[in-house]
Ligand binder design. Structure first.
Ligand code: GAL
Length: 822
């Protein structure tokens, strides 16, 4: 009886608990997403959980909240969660439930873009390679195997979220979910099957009964009840096809990703906030930043081909989670202003006044208080506008926001948030002492021994199942003395789709090819020396991230597709011997990776040498121990001097590295004019420099006892002695404000140590190179700012004559600029 009573009690408690969890009703009308019946302005940002470590999540999410976000969006990464069919992985930074709960704990909503095709510059767009290797599967169309697997994974994720009560209808934070991704961009390539497939996606998703709306991005006329949304650098001109759908923007690209050998893209705070303000001016009500925090492509998760390990994206939070200022702060101010206008933006009557010359005022009229925007989309001419009895000057390519239709609370082109310049400091990690060992490739390179023989050339996806970046293709060719091919110039010719190809003949490296001109389908030809008798050819094909975008992208070839031939030249005559149908021996991966020589406890099992440390040696392993740098600043390893390969910290891969691959010399702009439409080639920097030298070493990968191991697999040849560990923090901050505004300087938890420049008047130049103009205040500005700021973590300065003394600058607007050292 006692037992019975206590179980009834616990049952009642559970029922009470479940029914008391606040369930939220999420729906939409033609104007906005509604939450518990109220139209909302929702500002969301993408943070992909596998691109940071779980211990970083609370800080990233809190910084997003502090930056004025209402929601965190993430994709779900199928190939990370189901690396082998029906074998699942949800631990560490793949703990999706923990991530969503961290969002919930911060009091934010979540947007779950399940896909499960995600694009996302993620390996193979998120598709597992085993799916590709299922017989007769075709992706993203009405193919039974594909649809079954897609449904299986989508259901698994939905059930997992439901079990944890994570959908809003269950009291959880998830207010929206996405099925597929940008299918509208490719639907035409799939013909009638494409339409049937997207209808199936919609029905399948709808049947999962998640209690919150489903969205489909870039899917014109999405089947009901899916809500169609926009992606792009701008979405103000976008109109949902279905008039009962609200105007939603799922991907506002805050910057762009990087390719190996590419430059660094840069999107200004002025242009990004212009895009946001234009969207809300034109009736938009939901907006998501892609990315708010980009993070890192650890391991082999980068998509491609050729997407870098860093996925910084020039997002408001940088790769390491630092505030990317002024972007973060400038947007925060905009979010605050927009939120103050939530009621009028979602319920007000919208009308426009066209002033010509691309200048428009928009009024959101409401009895309780109207709000207004004045935009100037002219790329060069500033505008002077007379609006409701007042005069406004609106700079070119900017939007002024007037929450009361009178006072300008914000202008997208006027940035008064400080700019932070990040700096690296050498980290004290104890003495670095390298040891090395060769990758034991003798069997392969010299003897040509593999695990499987076939008399044709396999596609790398089919054969290697993405178990490794590396696949050896090896064959022999026997040449008699009287073979007609003999000539003075002989060469090896390989038609290839290998992202990187290393060719060996009779144990000797004869050449390497990687793509510098964007052509992933190429002919490699190198002169070689052959001898009468048996000659051995070993080709190492290397993948650098599988393609993640485009119609039928999963079919794009990888590896050595042939023909492979040896060529002799007799005068003008070309004699070819096609080896494509020879017996080819195959071997997946490298021995050292297979036997985990990178793991910290591999020391005793393998021979490592500290003698005669080689440099510029291909296929070489290096390792060193190092101490954990003190403090909590992010840690990076600077790998300049190395060639290409993969790096491990305490046995965990921090990603591929390729610092020897430099961006071309031209096309960079010193000055980035924010005015005019942005695209990813518009403002680029780091011309002629390696695309990535600094690699994130997450603190969570470091050992508590302070002893760590860095291991490098150097594929192309490099010098590890040039590598070093660094920590990263704000080096200096610069701020500018027009008269009567306030500057706030902050060193992100550190103290301001020096004032490099201060001037109140009409200073010129930019952060790092400010100079005095023709007028300045008559007080000792340096002394004042030194007294006010040195030794403090933050300080505020008013740009005024009262503070800095009278300055005779004629009619021009006076401003204050400060550069401080942290
Ligand atoms: C979109 C895609 C995203 C991402 C983005 C570029 O087309 O939906 O997943 O790839 O492009 O960063």
């Amino acid at each position: 009886m006692k037992h019975f009573t206590s179980s009834v009690l616990s049952f009642l408690l559970v029922v009470f608990f479940i029914s008391s969890a606040h369930s939220t009703i999420v729906s939409h009308d033609e104007r906005a997403i509604t939450i518990d019946g109220q139209r909302r302005i929702l500002i969301s940002g993408s943070i992909h959980y596998p691109r940071s470590t779980a211990d970083m999540w609370p800080d990233l999410i809190n910084k997003a909240k502090d930056g004025g976000l209402d929601a965190i969006e993430t994709y779900v990464f199928w190939n990370a969660h189901e690396p082998a069919r029906r074998q699942y992985e949800f631990s560490g930074n793949l703990d999706l439930v923990r991530f969503i709960k961290t969002v919930q704990d911060a009091g934010l909503y979540a947007v779950l873009r399940i896909g499960p095709y995600v694009c996302a510059e993620w390996n193979y767009g998120g598709f597992p390679m085993w799916l590709h290797n299922m017989n007769s599967v075709e992706f993203r169309t009405t193919n039974t195997d594909f649809m079954n697997e897609m449904q299986n994974f989508t259901t698994l994720i939905v059930d997992m979220m439901k079990r944890e009560n994570l959908f809003a209808a269950q009291g959880g934070p998830i207010i929206l979910a996405q099925i597929e991704n940008e299918y509208g961009n490719v639907i035409d390539s799939y013909g009638a099957a494409g339409k049937a497939y997207i209808d199936w996606c919609s029905n399948m998703a709808d049947s999962l009964d998640i209690g919150v709306p489903w969205i489909m991005c870039q899917e014109k006329d999405a089947p009901e009840p899916m809500i169609e949304t926009c992606n792009g650098f701008y979405c103000h001109d976008y109109k949902p096809t279905n008039p009962s759908n609200p105007k939603m923007w799922t991907e506002n690209w805050t910057g762009w990703f990087k390719n190996w050998g590419g430059k660094h893209p840069f999107r200004t705070a002025e242009d990004l906030s212009y895009a946001v303000a234009r969207f809300f001016q034109t009736g938009g009500t939901f907006q998501n930043y892609y990315m708010y925090h980009g993070g890192t492509n650890f391991g082999r998760t980068a998509g491609g081909p050729y997407i870098t390990t860093s996925y910084d994206y020039h997002a408001p939070l940088d790769e390491f989670g630092n505030l990317n200022q002024p972007k973060w702060g400038h947007l925060k101010q905009l979010h605050n202003v927009l939120k103050s206008m939530e009621k009028s933006l979602t319920y007000g009557n919208i009308s426009d006044i066209d002033f010509g010359n691309d200048v428009t005022a928009t009024i959101y009229a409401m009895k309780e208080g109207s709000s207004c925007f004045i935009s100037n989309s002219n790329t060069t001419a500033d505008a002077l506008v007379s609006f409701q009895g007042n005069q406004y000057s609106v700079p070119a390519w900017s939007v002024s926001v007037l929450p009361d239709c009178k006072n300008v609370a914000y202008n997208t082109a006027k940035v008064n948030t400080q700019e932070s310049v990040m700096a690296t400091q050498d980290a004290d990690v104890g003495g670095i002492r390298w040891s090395w060992r060769p990758e034991i490739a003798e069997q392969t390179i010299v003897k040509g021994k593999g695990d499987v023989v076939a008399d044709y050339l396999f596609d790398q996806k089919d054969f290697a199942n993405d178990a490794s970046d590396y696949l050896w293709y090896m064959t022999r060719v026997r040449l008699e003395k009287d073979d007609p091919i003999w000539s003075r110039n002989m060469s090896l010719r390989v038609h290839s789709n290998a992202h990187v190809l290393h060719a060996y003949v009779n144990g000797k490296h004869v050449g390497t090819h990687f793509v510098e001109d964007g052509k992933y389908d190429y002919d490699f030809e190198k002169s070689i020396e052959l001898a009468p008798g048996t000659n051995r050819i070993a080709l190492l094909s290397v993948t650098v991230g599988f393609q993640n975008y485009g119609p039928f992208f999963e079919k794009s070839p990888a590896g050595i597709n042939g023909p492979v031939m040896i060529v002799g030249y007799k005068g003008d005559e070309r004699i070819e011997k096609d080896l494509s149908a020879h017996p080819w021996e195959y071997k997946v991966g490298l021995n050292g990776v297979e036997s985990k020589v990178f793991s910290p406890d591999s020391g005793s099992n393998f021979k490592w040498s500290t003698e005669k440390l080689p440099t510029s040696r291909m296929l070489t392993w290096y390792k060193t121990s190092f101490k954990t740098p003190s403090g909590s600043d992010p840690v990076v390893v600077d790998l300049h001097g190395l060639g290409k390969g993969e790096a491990w910290i305490n046995g965990k891969s921090i990603g591929r590295y390729w610092p020897s691959f430099k961006a071309s010399d031209d096309g960079c702009s010193d000055e980035c004019d924010y005015r005019g439409p942005y695209d990813s080639n518009k403002c680029t920097f780091k011309c002629g420099e390696p695309t990535q030298t600094l690699y994130h070493v997450p603190r969570a990968f470091l050992n508590e006892n302070g002893e760590n191991v860095l291991a490098l697999l150097e594929e192309m040849g490099g010098d590890p002695t040039m590598a070093s560990f660094k920590t990263m923090s704000v080096g200096s901050v610069c701020a500018k404000a027009d008269e009567n505004n306030v500057i706030e300087l902050s060193c992100n938890g550190k103290k301001i140590s020096d004032i490099k420049f201060v001037n109140f008047g009409n200073p010129t130049g930019k952060c790092g190179s400010f100079a005095k103009g023709t007028c300045e205040g008559d007080k000792d500005a340096l002394k004042l700012v030194t007294e006010e700021c040195i030794g403090k973590m933050t300080c505020q300065l008013e740009a005024s004559s009262k503070m800095f003394g009278a300055a005779d600058c004629g009619d021009s607007v006076k401003s204050l600029v400060v550069e401080a050292v942290c």
